[in-house]
Design a protein around this ligand. Structure first.
Ligand SMILES: *Cc1c(COP(=O)(O)O)cnc(C)c1O
Length: 415
């Protein structure tokens, strides 16, 4: 049975947790070892598990692709943090997306926001079509959704909020209420905010997905993905595919990502506070054309921030347009001393990149600019360093990027 054929049966919600986020992050899926009392779970590297008689495993496990203790514990922690009954882990965020798309029957139609993550766009346009799943992209999904839904064909709506790299927001509840009238499921990619800042299932989403590679692991040393949801039907279908396709993370990666997850609340709070400082610093600079940050009151969808994000937090990601074009954007990224010029996001260390020439270079310029991705756009991932040091680093890099070349040209007499 393909996903979507059952429409959506409004599954029972996960029970309201007794404990708050920080307590869940540290304790959910973290039982003490019943034999040794070890407070931290051992890494269970065995690929196979003994059986006492044919078909009777000694414990819960048979073969590691199907399940293993470290993945089970990590999945339990993700489910708790996303207010979900179930969670499944995959070998990357991209494998999570692929597995969800694979669950659709041939001939299914999907509606997606336009500025999805580049790898998601690539899968939708170059891979899903090969098994007969077609995707329509919409730049303003809240307005267009009713028109874009094809009766009986549309099975899934795909949202990323905030979007990458322009940080525009989608009102999840507004989209979900239209989708649900037609029996269509809503997926939200929550990578940019992490479960600490936003819990999409609480706003009507049916599946929340993460590139665990980013905030959840948080230390830029694991590639992994996860999906969380409440429906037992979805659990049966997606756990079947998790095992059948086999795009699963190693026990070691599950253990590392679980360790990272235990400090998610501390890291997300600090990254968000730092991003707020950096956004205000940029906004006040004469060298900056515009700042995209959901935490600023001037963000066009700030009302959605207040409605969907914990305490109106803006998250750790922002982008801005620098004066002086692509050259200035590139010089800025080379002039920062604390922010490293690199792709990716959500780690303890701050990163900067130029989407037009790096993460989004594959998208034709016209399409890119229509989505707000100009050549002078710089994307910033704030880490958890000291906010005052980040502020000073941004200010000195702006001076070097915008003013610097003129002065040095003058001094050197060269052009
Ligand atoms: C990185 C990312 C992905 C893909 O995840 P991988 O773990 O790199 O495969 C998907 N969505 C968003 C928003 C991302 O940032």
């Amino acid at each position: 049975m393909a996903l979507g054929e059952h429409s959506i049966e409004t599954p029972p919600r996960a029970p309201s947790p007794v404990h708050r986020f920080g307590t869940l992050a540290v304790h959910a899926g973290s039982p003490h070892d019943p034999v040794t009392g070890a407070v931290i779970e051992p890494i269970s590297l065995s690929t196979t598990f003994a059986q006492s008689s044919v078909g009777k495993p000694v414990g819960l496990y048979e073969y590691t692709r199907s399940s293993n203790p470290n993945r089970d514990n990590f999945e339990a922690a993700i489910a708790a943090l996303e207010h979900a009954r179930y969670a499944l882990a995959f070998s990357s965020g991209s494998a999570t997306t692929a597995t969800i798309l694979q669950s659709l029957a041939a001939g299914s139609h999907v509606v997606s926001i336009s500025d999805v993550y580049g790898g998601t766009h690539r899968y939708f346009t170059k891979v899903a079509a090969a098994h007969g799943v077609h995707v329509t992209f919409s730049p303003s999904i809240e307005i267009e959704i009713s028109e874009l839904i094809r009766p009986d064909e549309t099975k899934l709506i795909w949202i990323e909020t905030p979007s990458n790299p322009t940080l525009s927001l989608v009102d999840i509840r507004a989209v979900a209420s239209v989708a649900h009238q037609h029996g269509i499921m809503v997926v939200v990619d929550n990578t940019f905010l992490s479960p600490y800042v936003q819990n999409p299932l609480d706003h009507g989403a049916d599946i929340v997905v993460h590139s665990v590679t980013k905030y959840i692991n948080g230390h830029s040393d694991v590639l992994m993905g996860a999906a969380a949801f409440n429906s037992p039907t979805l659990y049966d279908r997606l756990s079947f595919l998790q095992n059948a396709i086999g795009a699963v993370p190693s026990a070691f990666d599950c253990w590392l990502a679980h360790r990272g997850l235990k400090t998610l609340h501390l890291r997300a709070r600090e990254a968000s506070a730092n991003a707020a400082v950096v956004a205000q610093t940029l906004k006040a600079s004469a060298h900056v054309i515009a700042v995209n940050y959901p935490g600023l009151a001037s963000h066009p969808q700030h009302a959605v921030t207040l409605k969907q994000h914990r305490n109106g937090m803006g998250g750790g990601m922002l982008s801005f347009r620098i004066r002086g074009g692509q050259g200035a954007a590139e010089r800025f990224c080379q002039a920062t001393k604390i922010f490293t010029l690199a792709e990716s996001l959500g780690g303890v260390e701050s990163l900067v990149e130029v989407p037009g020439s790096m993460t989004h270079a594959g998208i034709p310029r016209e399409q890119r600019e229509a989505a707000g991705v100009f050549d002078d756009l710089v994307r910033v991932s704030c880490g958890i360093e000291d906010g005052e040091d980040l502020r000073k680093d941004v200010l000195q890099a702006l001076e070097k990027a915008v003013v610097g070349p003129k002065i040095s040209n003058g001094v050197n007499g060269s052009v």
